[in-house]
Design a protein around this ligand. Structure first.
Ligand code: UDP
Length: 331
């Protein structure tokens, strides 16, 4: 049996590939390499450059490699970009996922794990956020993912398909063994930006808003180590293979850190200072977003191993250093 990982050359996907290989799985990756990198894919996995909506390609791979499960990461993830070009997001995230689900159903793949997001909640208002919270995505990105969840639910009701959708909170960090990390240029995420600033790639960074109704006035988020997230997918895979029913589960730790706490953690890990300026609020940011992840723990048996902000930022920083060296070697 083989696992097909879409988007396996990207940030979370490349960690997933290692997690699967480490547990003895055979892995085929389909990635169009629009954002990911071929070198990010573990050499033991088969990388096929192509589109997840190319049903002839994907159907052929499923048959050739006896794929029983798909883990679907491929998609676009930049919220402001989705506001500027919503139809591109509905095409890339929603329409292509529809085709992939259809290919899975037609080829008899019974297990489907989907990369969803806390953005399906919008500003849920009640913390920590449970899966039953009101779904009110505030961006085309969030809606494109929510529509995919709905398609999966309906397809699972009609066909021989079971799925797990994992709603990610703030994914950060890098493989503790340094085999992969977040490599996409132009990333906008706080921990990545703070690490880039510490290493001198940026002259300074900004705190987006210091007047939120939180303890120190800056936004609070639930940062989850990418390796714990990858493990949650592998447990979801085991559960589906054992006949588990379809579920949707949050992936976070259930507690949050403020922007200032994160910056302090990066300073400590770096062992030095860097310039931080107070800036205006970023449109659309909620004051606090923290998961209730009880369901992932009870249903998947998920027991996070890296629930430690210090480790998250030091793994992110180590990867950022490595990336700088690789980029300077590549010129
Ligand atoms: N943030 C910040 N400066 C930055 C990037 C992010 O102050 O350069 C803040 C952002 O406003 C939010 C938090 O850090 O409150 C996490 O943002 P990120 O983009 O990492 O994830 P999001 O929660 O938006 O998905």
């Amino acid at each position: 049996m083989t696992v097909l990982v879409t988007g396996g050359a990207g940030y979370i996907g490349s960690h997933m590939v290692w997690e699967l290989l480490d547990s003895g799985e055979k892995v085929v990756v389909v990635d169009n390499l629009s954002k990911g990198f071929d070198w990010a894919v573990a050499p033991e996995a088969l990388l096929v450059q192509g589109d997840v909506a190319d049903s002839a390609l994907v159907g052929g791979l499923i048959r050739e490699h006896a794929v029983d499960s798909i883990i679907h990461f491929a998609g676009s993830i930049v919220v402001p970009e989705s506001v500027a070009d919503p139809l591109a997001y509905y095409q890339n995230n929603t329409c292509k996922t529809r085709t992939l689900i259809e290919t899975a159903v037609q080829a008899g793949v019974g297990n489907f794990i989907f990369s969803s997001t806390a953005a399906v909640y919008g500003d849920a208002g009640i913390e920590p956020v449970r899966e039953e919270a009101r779904l009110n995505p505030e961006s085309p990105y969030g809606r494109s993912k929510l529509m995919s969840e709905w398609m999966l639910r309906d397809a699972a009701a009609a066909h021989d398909l079971r799925f797990t959708a994992l709603r990610y909170f703030n994914v950060a960090g890098a493989d503790p063994q340094g085999r992969t990390g977040q490599s996409t240029p132009g990333a906008t995420h706080l921990i990545k930006i703070a690490c880039e600033t510490a290493l001198g790639k940026r002259p300074f960074m900004q705190v987006y808003g210091t007047d939120y109704p939180t303890a120190d006035g800056t936004c609070v988020r639930d940062y989850i180590h990418v390796s714990d997230l990858a493990r949650a997918h592998r447990l979801a895979l085991q559960r589906l293979r054992a006949g588990g029913d379809s579920i949707i589960a949050n992936c976070g730790y259930g507690h949050g850190y403020s922007v200032l706490e994160v910056i302090q953690a990066v300073r400590r890990a770096f062992g030095g200072d860097f310039e931080v300026r107070n800036g205006d609020r970023r449109p659309g940011d909620a004051a606090s977003v923290v998961a209730n992840a009880d369901l992932a723990r009870s249903e998947l048996g998920w027991a996070p191993q890296h629930d430690d902000l210090g480790q998250i930022v030091s793994d992110a920083l180590s990867w950022e250093r490595r990336l700088q060296t690789m980029n300077s070697v590549r010129g």
